[in-house]
Structures are given as C-alpha cells and as structure tokens.
Ligand binder design. Structure first.
Ligand SMILES: CC(C)=CCC[C@@H](C)[C@H]1CC[C@H]2C3=C(CC[C@]12C)[C@@]1(C)CC[C@H](O)C[C@@H]1CC3
Ligand SMILES: C[S@@+](CC[C@H](N)C(=O)[O-])C[C@H]1O[C@@H](n2cnc3c(N)ncnc32)[C@H](O)[C@@H]1O
Length: 378
C-alpha cells in the first residue's frame, strides 16, 4: 500500500469510528455504549466484518480474508469491543488459573509473567503490539514502572485506552497510537522491549509482522508474545479440525489460524533468536484456561467471580443474545447486533472445542531476542 493510500485509509477509519461510536465514545461502556451507536454505521461495520465469513473455506475466500485483514479486523473490534468489556473486562486475553485464584488475579498474573519473561525493567521504553483498550499495558506499567506505547489499528479502542490511562493516573507512563503492525511507523531500534498479547494472530503473514517488530526493537532487546496458534495436533485436511479453526477465525475476526511451527519459523525468518517456545496450555491445570466459556460452575474459584462467570457462561451468553435480539427487534439496538452475538457464540464454541481437544492454544509463549550483532554488521 502506498503512503498516500495508507493515510487515506486511516482518515476514513477515524471518521467512520467517530460516526459509529460518537464524539465522547471513550467514556461510555457496556449497555450505554452499545445503545448509543449510529445505527447505519453499525450495520455497515457488521457487514464489513462478516462479509468474508460466509462459510466458504476455499483458497479464494481465504485469500480475500488475508488481503482485507486491516479493514475486517478494524470492523470486528468496532462491533465486539463493548461486548468484550461487558463480559470480560479491559484485558482482552485468556490466562491460566490456579486453585482458589480469582479471575482478575489470574489475568494480572498472566500479564506479569510476560513482562518478567520479556525482562522489562523500570523506565524501559516498551511497545505493546495490538494493545486493545490498554488493560495489560496499565498492569505492566504498575508492575515494572516501564513506559509503554500501545499500537492499535482500532480508533475506538485507542480513545478508550487513553481515557483509562488518565482515569488511573498513568497517562505520563503510557501513550496509545494508531498504526498497523504489518507496517509500523516507528524508527528502527526504538524500543528496549516489545510484547504482544493475543493480537498478532490477526496478521495475514506472521513473518512480515515479526520482522516489523524486529525492526523497531533495539539490538539485544527482547520480544515476548502470547500467540494464538493451532497446535501440532492440528491437521488442516481433517474436516473436524478445520471446523474448529474456522469457528475461531469467524468468531474472533482472524483471517487465518496458523500452526505453531509457522509462528516459530516466522520468528527465525525475521532474524530473532528464539529463547523460549512453550505452550502454557499444554499441562494438567485443574482449572482449564477456557473454563469461563464452559458454563461449568464447578470451576468458579471465588464468589466475586460469579457475575463474570454468569456473563461468559453458556446460560449468560444465551441471556445476553436474547436481550440483544429483543432490543434489535424493537429498534433500540442497531441492526446487525444479533449477528455479532451469534458470531461471538461461535467463537466461544470453537475456543472451548479447540482447548479441550488441544488443537488450539491462546498462550503459545515465545520469547525471542534480537541479536546484538546482525550479519549485516559484520
Ligand atoms: C480475538 C482474540 C485474538 C482474543 C480475545 C480473547 C477473549 C478475550 C475473547 C474471545 C471470545 C470472547 C467472548 C466474550 C468475551 C471476550 C472473549 C472471551 C464474551 C463472553 C463477551 C460477552 C458476550 O455476551 C459473549 C462473548 C463470547 C465470546
Ligand atoms: C484480542 S485483542 C488483544 C488486546 C490486548 N493485547 C489485550 O490483551 O487486552 C487484539 C488487538 O489487536 C489489535 N490489532 C489487530 N490487528 C491489528 C493491526 N493490523 N495492527 C495493530 N493492531 C491490531 C486489535 O485492534 C486489538 O486491540
């Protein structure tokens, strides 16, 4: 894409975001945010997101999804962010749970662990690739006292991330900028450390995405990522396996789920030394990472988690989608809202099936280092 086209796309996306979410969008969450959308823009956003997921899994359909990754992911997060915040909170990722550990503590521990593995130190300049509404960035700043720049291609989420940073008094330690992780605007060798949490799976080409990260990281710096991948158990030619991957792609706005070796090879191709490659979901944890989506009450670890668990469980999701359906019918909620809850339902079903069968993991941990001296320096 030429620089001119890129600027034009950004301008268009920013304008569309203002129209869809309104001027004071950052201050509203949940039902209030959901009910204040511009109805025609919401309809357009839903169709922009879903146009590539019409059941076709042939190469042509897949190529169209890969090509349109930027617009379709932008549209996906335009329509799911309010649901994510309502159902999950302001960190948009999964985590491990230990016995007796409540949801928020487990989520924060997952973020701290990545910061620890990335070797983030006080005052480091750190890039958060695909930062969502900044939940992990705020936690990692509090944990390490580093400075974070959050990169995101969704304007609505950037506004929210900035607003939360101010609200929590962390605005001097963080900033959030619009950009595409496939084509970054930062200078070479800018960041001491880089991390990405469940975001780079939206990339159409992992080698290109990781090579952008490599470019902006200082020599000797670390990149740590929780990657979404299909595990080595996954067989692309097995119809049942492909169904699970397709549900995850559709419900989570991902152009294509890659296998674990594709991600590892992509890191090496980008020039990184891979220090750690470990699937954190490949264990016998008594409480599985996907438990909030199962509806299995036996896993709930604290009374305080009951409200979250209700919203994420099968029953709670049915309740939400029935309410949304009713609101759409009587014209209070914008057209297309039901299609969004249906797609999120497919996400939940695919993620639990992928987790149970170990065909999928949302926490493939890679820690990689940019060598101090590269071949071109010698
Ligand atoms: C899309 C990527 C790469 C990561 C997001 C991971 C998770 C935070 C989401 C995946 C599926 C989402 C669903 C919800 C919240 C966020 C996720 C778990 C809901 C529970 C939100 C409330 C809705 O009513 C149902 C959703 C089901 C899926
Ligand atoms: C599942 S969310 C994870 C957000 C955050 N890492 C967290 O854990 O809360 C994925 C994020 O990646 C961002 N993203 C997707 N494609 C992107 C792209 N091409 N460039 C920059 N950000 C992107 C989305 O806008 C979203 O914020």
């Amino acid at each position: 894409m030429t620089e001119e086209n890129n600027q034009e796309l950004r301008r268009r996306q920013a304008e569309f975001s203002k129209k869809l979410h309104g001027e004071d969008s950052a201050t509203k969450t949940g039902l209030k945010a959901f009910l204040s959308k511009d109805k025609s823009a919401q309809k357009e956003a839903v169709s922009k997101y879903l146009k590539h997921w019409d059941g076709k899994v042939d190469t042509e359909a897949e190529n169209a999804r890969l090509e349109d990754y930027n617009e379709s992911t932008h549209a996906y997060y335009n329509v799911v962010t309010d649901f994510y915040e309502y159902g999950w909170g302001s960190s948009f990722h999964f985590c491990r749970f230990s016995k007796g550990e409540n949801f928020n503590a487990a989520m924060a521990r997952h973020e701290h662990y990545l910061a620890y593995m990335a070797d983030i130190k006080a005052n480091d300049l750190v890039l958060d690739v695909g930062c969502g509404v900044g939940g992990p960035a705020r936690e990692i700043v509090k944990f390490t006292d580093c400075n974070v720049i959050g990169l995101n291609n969704n304007d609505y989420q950037i506004e929210k991330a900035k607003w939360y940073a101010k609200k929590t008094g962390l605005q001097d330690k963080m900033d959030f900028v619009k950009g595409d992780f496939m084509n970054m605007d930062f200078d070479e060798n800018t960041f001491d450390k880089v991390y990405a949490i469940e975001a780079t799976c939206h990339a159409p080409d992992l080698a290109k995405c990781y090579s952008e990260i490599y470019k902006v990281l200082k020599p000797g710096g670390r990149f740590a990522v929780y990657e979404w991948v299909m595990t080595e158990n996954y067989d692309e030619n097995n119809e049942a396996h492909r169904k699970v991957a397709y549900e995850i792609e559709l419900g989570d706005g991902i152009p294509k789920m890659f296998k674990v070796e594709v991600a590892k090879d992509a890191l090496v191709k980008a020039g990184f030394n891979v220090l750690v490659d470990k699937d954190l979901a490949d264990n016998d944890d008594p409480v599985p990472w996907y438990y909030p989506l199962t509806g299995d009450w036996k896993y709930v670890q604290s009374l305080g988690d009951l409200a979250t668990f209700f919203r994420t469980s099968y029953l709670g999701r049915k309740f939400t989608s029935s309410m949304v359906s009713l609101m759409e019918k009587i014209g209070v909620a914008p057209e297309g809202s039901c299609k969004v809850t249906e797609a999120l339902e497919q996400a939940a079903v695919g993620l639990v099936a992928g987790g149970k069968s170990k065909l999928f993991t949302p926490m493939m941990l890679f820690v990689a280092e940019k060598p101090l001296q590269t071949d071109t320096d010698q």
